[in-house]
Design a binder for this molecule. Structure first.
Ligand code: PLP
Length: 360
């Protein structure tokens, strides 16, 4: 069966098989990684290897810290203003969809004041704002955006330019590791793990070192990036098993896929095949402008929504799982994260063609 879930998402089969084989007895140690002290030599080696592999994959510069945190990307919606606005400044946001809206709401909740520097609202969330539409407030403490809106299926096709003194902050929960990335363009990148990284429970934060001294005094210890950096992400008990599994995913990406350029090419092919199937007839449609169509999350609707229930029931019976759109928008959504093989897209495209012929 093929799993198109938006999150928690499919994990590479090779990773699950290896985890199964090592689960009860990790490399002859007589215990599971789940049972190891996070301070043991064995686990510290697992944790360091995961970080080293991630650094190699993303070519993360030496002046960036990689933090393995908890609480999901949603916790970082608060973590960002709390860690960056100690010296004042306004929280600036690009608004392109539901996740960005949640980040803005959290900044407002913390009473830091937020400024929407550009928005996709006027175009109905079908295109991202272009660079020349971005208007930072005079006192901008950072600019935050969501690289890929998981629910709307709207993805940035460029990295926004910011003045040198304004850190660029990006929620990359649903697009990190989908292809190569120039980390040096960012002040902070964060992502919930449960799409392209590993299982839920781990949150990745990549932060430029000079930004570790900007936290508000009231930033809780567990949210403070500097605390996490100084403790090598072990201020308290980290999510050890999720960290280990994420390490296996990084190894798979490096050694089996062949790195992020190779992953990028595969992801391009998968997305192109599915969008071609959607565009190829009047039965299906996707509203996003071509250059901002998400490669990871492909929402689509049937021209006749009375067929939605049949589409979902028949696709599930055909082994194509989790194709229902987000509960807030309905329709369909196929998430094509790294672990979804090209064969899954071929099967979906075949099913869609067959369903359209039978019901069209
Ligand atoms: N940001 C984006 C772009 C997401 O897709 C999600 C979850 O799907 C979140 C944030 C929230 O992540 P979490 O559930 O880890 O808090």
């Amino acid at each position: 069966k093929f799993n198109f879930c938006a999150g928690p998402a499919a994990l590479p089969t090779a990773v699950l098989e290896r985890a199964r084989d090592e689960m009860l007895d990790y490399q002859g140690r007589g215990l599971s990684v789940m049972e190891m002290s996070h301070r043991s030599d064995e686990f510290v080696a697992i944790a360091s290897k995961a970080e080293a592999d991630l650094r190699a994959l993303l070519d993360i510069p030496a002046n960036y810290r990689v933090l393995f945190m908890q609480g999901g990307a949603s916790t970082q919606f608060a973590g960002v203003p709390l860690n960056l606005l100690g010296a004042g400044g306004a929280a600036n946001y690009l608004y392109t969809g539901i996740w960005g809206k949640k980040a803005i709401k959290e900044a407002e909740h913390l009473a830091v004041g937020s400024h929407v520097a550009a928005s996709s609202e006027s175009n109905g969330l079908i295109a991202v704002p272009r660079q020349n539409a971005i208007q930072l407030s005079g006192d901008a403490g950072y600019l935050h955006y969501t690289a890929n809106e998981t629910i709307g299926g709207l993805e940035f096709d460029y990295i926004p330019e910011v003045p040198a003194d304004v850190p660029l902050v990006c929620d990359m929960s649903s697009s990190i590791l989908s292809g190569p990335l120039d980390v040096s363009r960012f002040g902070v990148i964060y992502a919930g793990a449960q799409k392209n990284i590993g299982p839920a429970g781990l949150t990745l934060v990549i932060v430029r070192e000079d930004l570790l001294d900007r936290a508000r005094k009231d930033c809780p210890t567990m949210l403070n990036w500097k605390t996490a950096a100084e403790a090598d992400s072990m201020f308290n008990t980290p999510p050890t098993y999720a960290w280990y599994l994420s390490g296996l995913v990084f190894e798979w990406l490096k050694d089996e896929v062949g790195g992020l350029a190779a992953m990028n090419a595969i992801n391009d092919r998968k997305a192109q095949a599915l969008y071609a199937a959607i565009d190829g007839n009047d039965f299906y449609s996707n509203p996003i402008v071509i250059e901002n169509r998400s490669r990871m999350n492909v929402p689509f609707v049937l021209a006749d929504d009375r067929l939605d229930a049949a589409f979902l029931a028949e696709s599930e019976a055909a082994g194509l799982l989790n194709l229902a759109g987000h509960r807030s928008v309905g329709g369909m959504r196929a998430s094509l994260y790294n672990a979804v093989p090209e064969a899954a897209v071929t099967a979906l495209v075949d099913f869609m063609g067959d369903f359209a012929r039978r019901h069209g």
